[in-house]
Ligand binder design. Structure first.
Ligand code: PHE
Length: 364
């Protein structure tokens, strides 16, 4: 092939390359530079030439090859650049747009109640304790002075776990009171070991279980327990603590609180605690009706003796509150089952912003 022919071929090729798209570029590369391409065939033809002519033709062909390679490279760069520009334009983010409201989660009302309780009792010097859901029969019943014939122990009220032969079955705790026992046992053991101990002042929120199911009862529900033990704790402390708690929790500084004689095997004397409300409107602190809120009493001397605390040296009080119940009353929730249904609309309505923790100084 003469120099002029090659020049013509180069011009044609360059013209074609300059308008080719990406697929066409690849096809041109194969037809010009590939194994059976024009350049390869030209190089093959050198074999039959005289050395002088071959040298000259070889140089021309190599120049042609370089030109083609450069042209392909340049066109590909132009195409890549254009593709990138198009993509950047397509994926452009308008940073001036207002943010879309993202669906955020809320704090479950029961969690909120636990936070509020922790804030109120925390300010009175209580610490938070927890215990396991599965309890021994002794912690849940016997140590709490609940006799073996007590109806609460019946299969129809309590979930029992399968036990090994000759062993007492474990139970799903029916109240948070077994954590009283655990705490007092630890305390008594420390004291027996000569370690210094401060008076016990705990609150215990947690899950509890009873074989019960209807609109106001769930087989799993929540309670929180309170326990105070010291050398000089009296019924006056119990009353003061609970009146302060109820007034802070319901946000009614003058909330009427009534203590009514009652019975629990693990307290003596025992008292049910009522608050004043309007039964018809549901308004807390108004009206002339009474509503039972919690159980309480002075820890029974038998219970203290059961955990190795001398009832002649120490005494104290305990109380237990249904978490769902006080949460329902405070927020006007009328069906207990909704607490556990994870209905996102319900949670959005009754839930709380996760980042505004309960604190006393703003009012609970
Ligand atoms: N454990 C009792 C209940 O579940 C409540 C309670 C706790 C009463 C502590 C008195 C003292 O009903």
């Amino acid at each position: 092939m003469s120099g002029d022919d090659l020049k013509l071929l180069l011009e044609q090729a360059e013209a074609e390359i300059s308008t080719a798209d990406a697929a066409r570029i690849e096809a041109l590369r194969v037809s010009l530079l590939g194994k059976n391409g024009a350049v390869t065939n030209l190089l093959k033809s050198l074999g039959g030439m005289e050395p002088e002519a071959r040298k000259e033709a070889g140089a021309r062909i190599n120049h042609f090859k370089t030109q083609i390679t450069d042209a392909l490279f340049a066109r590909r760069a132009v195409l890549d650049e254009a593709a990138l520009t198009a993509r950047l334009a397509a994926e452009r983010v308008d940073v001036t747009q207002p943010p879309r409201p993202e669906p955020t989660g809320t704090l479950h009302p029961l969690s909120r109640t636990v936070e509020e309780i922790a804030a109120i009792f925390g300010a009175m010097g209580f610490v938070l304790k927890e215990g396991p859901d599965i309890e021994s029969d002794w912690n849940n019943f016997s140590a709490l002075n609940i006799p073996s014939h007590h109806p609460a122990r019946a299969m129809m009220d309590t979930f029992y776990l399968q036990a090994a032969p000759n062993e007492r079955p474990a139970v799903l705790r029916t109240h948070t009171s077994p954590v009283q026992i655990r705490t007092m046992l630890e305390w008594a053991a420390k004291q027996a070991a000569g370690e210094p101990v401060a008076p016990i002042r705990i609150i215990v929120p947690g899950r509890t279980f009873r074989a019960d199911h209807d609109a106001t009862h769930s087989p799993m529900f929540h309670q929180f327990e309170g326990l105070v033990i010291g050398p000089d704790i009296t019924l006056a402390h119990l009353k003061g603590c609970l009146i302060d708690f109820l007034r802070a929790f319901f946000g009614v500084p003058s909330l009427p609180v009534r203590f009514r004689a009652s019975y629990f095997p693990f307290t003596e004397p025992s008292m049910e605690v009522d608050i004043g409300w309007n039964k018809r409107t549901g308004e807390i602190g108004a009206g002339t009706d009474w509503l039972e809120i919690l159980g309480s009493g002075m820890v029974h001397p038998n219970v203290l003796a059961n955990v190795g605390i001398d009832p002649r040296k120490y005494q104290g009080f305990a109380f237990g509150v249904g978490l769902e119940r006080i949460t329902m009353l405070k927020h006007g929730i009328n069906d207990l089952r909704l607490f556990y249904e994870s209905d996102i609309r319900w949670l959005r309505h009754y839930g709380f912003a996760a980042l505004s923790p309960a604190s006393l100084h703003e009012g609970i």
